[in-house]
Structure formats: C-alpha cells, structure tokens
Design a protein around this ligand. Structure first.
Ligand SMILES: C[S@@+](CC[C@H](N)C(=O)[O-])C[C@H]1O[C@@H](n2cnc3c(N)ncnc32)[C@H](O)[C@@H]1O
Length: 225
C-alpha cells in the first residue's frame, strides 16, 4: 500500500494502542496501515457515507485485515461508545467540521488517550477551538504534499494556556518552538498571501488594520526563527 506524504506523516504520529477509531475513513488506509504495522491491535473505521465505507471494506478484504477492522456508517463520533477505542484520527476534513465533530460528542472526545487531527483548511479555527475547550496540543507536524501544506495536531484531554499571539493559531506554537524544517517556508508563503490581501483592502476598512496586525506578527515570528 503506497501512502501519500500527508498520510505517511499522519500514521507516523499514531501512538501504539489497542483500538484506533478512524473517523471519515474513506479509503480506509489509515486503519489498514495501523493494524498491518502493529501500531494498533484493532480498529473501527467510520464514515458518514455508504460509498466510502463500501470502498474501505473492499480494501480491508484486499489487505486481509477484515477480521481486525470494523466498519461503521455514521456522523462524526456518533457510531462509537466510550471505551471502544483509545486513540482516534480525524483527518482530511475542514478545521470547522473537525471542531464540530469533537464538540457534538465532547465526553467521548475527552475519553481518548490522544486524538490526531489533520485539518485540510482553517487550522487556526481548529487550534482556537481546542484551546477554548480545554484540549491540549501536545505535538504538531506540517507536511507539504503536491504543493499544499497540511497541519497535523496531536491532542490530549488537558487544559492549555491560550496563545499570546494570534499568529500562533495559524502557525502552531510547537512548530515554531521545534523549528520545524518547513515552518519558515510556510510563514513566508503566508506573508506573501497576506500582503496581497492587504493591498486589496482600503485603509479605511477596519479589516485592513486586522490583516496588517496579523501580517506584522507573521513577520516578527519569521525574524525570530
Ligand atoms: C477527504 S476524505 C478523508 C479521508 C481520510 N480520512 C484521509 O485523510 O485521507 C473525507 C471523508 O470524511 C467523510 N466525512 C465527512 N463528514 C463526515 C462526518 N461528519 N462524519 C464522518 N465522516 C465524514 C467523507 O464522507 C469522506 O469520506
């Protein structure tokens, strides 16, 4: 099974566990990899749509893991009960949707030893949700795959201090602290995008000040790298 760079980075952050719950499994590659490589003894793969679940089951048969991975159809964490899985992965969805999925079954979300989250857009919205709802970001990675950046967050059920600067919700504070090899390039790209946005907003528009403030924070962080 050949994994994309994005998926390779996600699976590399999964801790050894008894049962992993992959929410929005689609092709099912995450639980297949976890079970085949001894990261997880068993897995539960869920998806809101029947099409992806049928495709995942086909792959579970192909890779001979059908006896170790249970497929369930349903919305977010709803197909799970507390205690069935000790680790969860929610990858390949927007930051808003991932936050909603956690929020709709918050007790269950808090029951995992850790959760791996990989937002396709708006990682800053997800980091804000986590900070405001007493989750803790314990590790982070960023990967560039086919010219797009993907953030991966490892989260546990502990309280964490809000970030001192708005920019950290965009960059991830851990990625800055550990001087991740991609972070400078990521920040430079964000600076270019923000400069373009800023030039299109009239100075009298209050949004101009907000974007300028964020842009300056990005520049300050880049200087300190
Ligand atoms: C882009 S795929 C990501 C597949 C895989 N997790 C990955 O990262 O490669 C998104 C999947 O999430 C499923 N999905 C969307 N909203 C969902 C929800 N609320 N609950 C469960 N699955 C959902 C979709 O049906 C789709 O199969």
């Amino acid at each position: 099974m050949i994994l994309s760079e994005r998926l390779k980075h996600i699976v590399s952050m999964i801790p050894n566990c008894k049962c992993i719950a992959d929410i929005g499994t689609d092709h099912g590659y995450i639980p297949i990899y976890a079970v085949l490589n001894g990261i997880s003894e068993r897995a539960i793969a869920t998806d809101i749509n029947k099409g992806p679940i049928d495709a995942a089951i086909k792959n579970f048969k192909k890779y001979r893991v059908i006896d170790k991975i249970e497929a369930r159809i349903g919305d977010g964490l709803k197909p799970l009960k507390i205690g069935e899985a000790d680790v969860s992965v929610i990858a390949g969805m927007g930051g808003n949707l991932i936050g909603n999925i956690l929020n709709e079954n918050i007790e269950l979300a808090r029951s995992f030893k850790c959760i791996l989250l990989q937002p396709m857009q708006y990682p800053e919205v997800l980091r804000k949700y986590l900070v405001e709802n007493n989750f803790s970001i314990i590790d982070e990675d960023i990967v560039k795959d086919e010219n797009k950046y993907y953030h991966i967050l490892k989260v546990s059920n502990n309280r964490m201090q809000p970030f001192e600067k708005e920019v950290y919700y965009y960059t991830g504070k851990i990625l800055i602290e550990k001087k991740h090899p991609l972070i400078e390039e990521y920040i430079s790209d964000k600076i270019n995008v923000l400069e373009e946005i800023l030039s299109s907003i009239p100075t009298e528009n209050p949004r101009h000040y907000e974007v300028e403030k964020l842009l300056n924070e990005f520049k300050e962080v880049k200087e300190c790298l």
